[in-house]
Ligand binder design. Structure first.
Ligand code: N2P
Length: 344
């Protein structure tokens, strides 16, 4: 009898030991260059939770990976229109606000947006506009129109975003159409324009745009405002403008996928990112405008708001639109984009 008990006790220990030794982890999927790595380290130190961190370059890449279902993440960072899509497809779960007390630091101007009207699924992280980053040493006058990106003077001297929704939106605007258009005739115009532009494009890039513009490899680039802030801090010849025809304003948020394995770890991470000191530190590294009032106070609201990139004049904002999820018409965008890109 004693022997049996001993054997059972040994077996029980063997089963429990790995569980006791295994560290709690969360798996995070974010845009490239979108967090200060020290912030991850500090979270791991403070909570004892290990962060498995992976990056993506576009909403579409992130979506494809999650929708395929093979991978499971606890925290992801989609933009507005992609949140709308993922909610519709039951790929996100509602957030339990009781576990995110630091949400009180988020400016209510950034909650209850059209893509999450009841403020259930997404925690605002950053926001920004699309515009033209240009090198004042080679571009004499501030570009006021998107047509700058069609100017043969910048042949092989311009960079475009390797991101279907963003680049097609700007082409639609250049053709005088709405940037959320799903009219096949509008999209045909946009496609024709991008094909005409293609021989002038040095490269279609995402995160590489920063090093290339800082290093002077191109004179003009289609960029997101936060990347402009970063580039301008590294090379003072660079400047940023939102052309007068209007542009896209985006809201990038933090969400928990429906199939997350460690929801409580995800909540701790999200709450940590909303903490004023952490959001401020992260802003200093990432450069994108933040919706965190407490962090902006910590950074010095006057200095923060002095940046026209962080705080665009109302007349610029009035001309900016949020991307909507376009339902099945998204396929048309994807198809056109593949046709444009594959012609290289
Ligand atoms: C950061 C990407 C910013 C996302 N590298 C723009 N929505």
């Amino acid at each position: 009898m004693k022997k049996v008990i001993l054997v059972l006790a040994a077996l029980a220990l063997l089963c429990l030991a790995p569980a006791a030794l295994a560290k709690e982890t969360i798996s995070v999927y974010n845009w490239g260059d979108y967090i200060d790595e020290d912030v991850i380290g500090q979270f791991e130190e403070e909570t004892g939770i290990d962060v498995i961190y992976e990056t993506f370059e576009t909403n579409e890449d992130m979506y494809a990976k999650i929708a395929m279902g093979g991978s499971s993440y606890d925290v992801i960072f989609p933009s507005d229109y992609m949140i709308e899509r993922m909610v519709q497809e039951n790929l996100l779960q509602k957030i339990n606000w009781e576990n995110i007390p630091n949400v009180e630091n988020i400016d209510p101007r950034f909650t209850h947006e059209s893509y999450d009207p009841d403020f259930e699924y997404s925690v605002p992280y950053t926001w920004g506009t699309m515009g033209i980053l240009y090198n004042t040493e080679n571009v004499d006058e501030m570009p006021t129109s998107w047509q700058t990106l069609m100017d043969p003077a910048y042949t092989m001297d311009m960079l475009m975003l390797n991101s279907p929704r963003d680049t097609l939106a700007i082409a639609l605007v250049m053709c005088g159409h709405d940037l959320n258009s799903v009219d096949p005739a509008d999209l045909a115009d946009a496609k024709a324009l991008l094909i005409e532009q293609k021989p002038m494009v040095l490269a279609y890039v995402v995160d590489e745009v920063k090093d290339k513009m800082i290093g002077g490899e191109a004179s003009v680039a289609l960029v997101w405002s936060g990347d402009a802030t970063y580039c301008m801090s590294e090379n003072e010849a660079l400047d940023y403008v939102v052309p007068e025809e209007g542009s896209n304003i985006f809201y990038d948020s933090i969400c928990i996928p429906a199939n997350a394995k460690n929801v409580s770890g995800a909540e701790k991470f999200i709450d940590f990112l909303c903490r004023a000191d952490i959001a401020a530190k992260n802003y200093e590294y990432v450069g994108y405008a933040i919706p965190n009032t407490a962090a902006i106070e910590l950074l010095g609201a006057e200095e923060y708001n002095a940046s026209p990139v962080n705080n665009p004049p109302q007349e610029v904002l009035d001309k900016c639109q949020v991307f909507k999820y376009l339902g099945d018409d998204t396929k048309l965008y994807d198809q056109i984009w593949t046709e444009i890109i594959s012609e290289f």
